[in-house]
Design a protein around this ligand. Structure first.
Ligand SMILES: Nc1ncnc2c1ncn2[C@@H]1O[C@H](COP(=O)(O)OP(=O)(O)OP(=O)(O)O)[C@@H](O)[C@H]1O
Ligand SMILES: [Mg+2]
Length: 259
């Protein structure tokens, strides 16, 4: 069974891409067949997968506009050990161009359908906005993973995202679940982080992953080497946390399948 996860938070810089790339590589290390789709015109997941976004002949932009198939745009991330559909700034135009097209919210869903069963996990790295690209991600996903920093405004932003998920459930994807909330760049010595973390657990219970991603400079350095940190420096604290997260996700899905 393929599981499609949209890694989403409309807030910028919370660790969506770092999570996408390292979770993709962590799941691949665990023997899963993984496809990572970059849905952000910034192309950070593409670069972090060791693929040069400036030299792409095909990307998710052409796929969404129906100019090529997902299979034709798919590449192999050697550095990550997973397959990848890349993005670059071309995608910035897609938002406007999609408005003109029919079935604009479900174009990604149609495009991924022919290859979905080749994978155990398909991860979607969404842009920092609740725009048409994110809606395409939410329309095809089984569940949403929400990386977040434990900061003062984090909970406020979360209610907008939860409302969007509810709307998508009503109109496009009734089965869409919240897979989990991931605390990123976490500093356990920070009192505010502890308080926000406790509030998250009170509100969302076991939807909050037990695994916490610490602030770790190796995670930030890895993209400049064109490799996910979990492959580039598997021993660092950040990589260990992402490997643990992959394990937690696999254990949860195993428990769900058994019940
Ligand atoms: N756990 C971490 N420790 C240290 N730095 C981190 C960590 N996670 C992410 N970063 C760094 O923080 C910045 C933002 O992370 P990232 O790009 O993953 O966030 P994002 O949510 O994808 O951002 P955007 O909204 O722009 O797409 C990057 O420079 C990244 O390297
Ligand atoms: Mg990003």
């Amino acid at each position: 069974m393929t599981r499609i996860l949209a890694i989403t938070n409309q807030k910028g810089g919370v660790g969506k891409t770092t999570t996408s790339v390292n979770l993709a590589a962590g799941l691949a290390q665990a023997g899963m067949r993984v496809l990572l789709v970059d849905l952000d015109p910034q192309g950070n997941a593409t670069m972090g997968s060791g693929i040069d976004k400036r030299t792409l002949s095909e990307s998710i932009y052409q796929v969404l506009l129906g100019l090529c198939t997902a299979e034709a745009a798919r590449l192999r991330s050697q550095a990550g050990g997973y397959d990848h559909i890349p993005a670059n700034r071309d995608l910035a135009g897609a938002e406007v161009e999609l408005v003109e097209l029919q079935h604009r919210e479900t174009r990604l869903k149609s495009a991924l359908a022919p290859l979905a069963d080749q994978y155990d996990y398909i991860l979607l790295d969404c842009p920092p906005s609740l725009n048409m690209l994110t809606v395409n991600g939410l329309a095809v996903a089984h569940a949403v993973m929400i990386p977040m920093q434990c900061e003062y405004y984090a909970l406020e932003g979360l209610s907008d995202l939860v409302n969007t998920i509810k709307k998508v459930r009503q109109h496009l994807n009734p089965g869409l679940e919240i897979e989990g909330l991931l605390r990123t760049m976490y500093d356990p010595r920070n009192m505010l982080a502890q308080q926000v973390s406790a509030q998250l657990q009170a509100h969302f219970g076991d939807k909050v992953y037990t695994t916490v991603i610490p602030r770790n400079v190796r995670l930030a350095e890895a993209p400049s080497y064109g490799a996910p940190a979990v492959n580039f420096d598997a021993g660092c604290k950040g990589s260990q946390a992402y490997i643990a997260l992959a394990g937690e996700i696999l254990a949860r899905s195993g428990a769900a399948a058994a019940s």
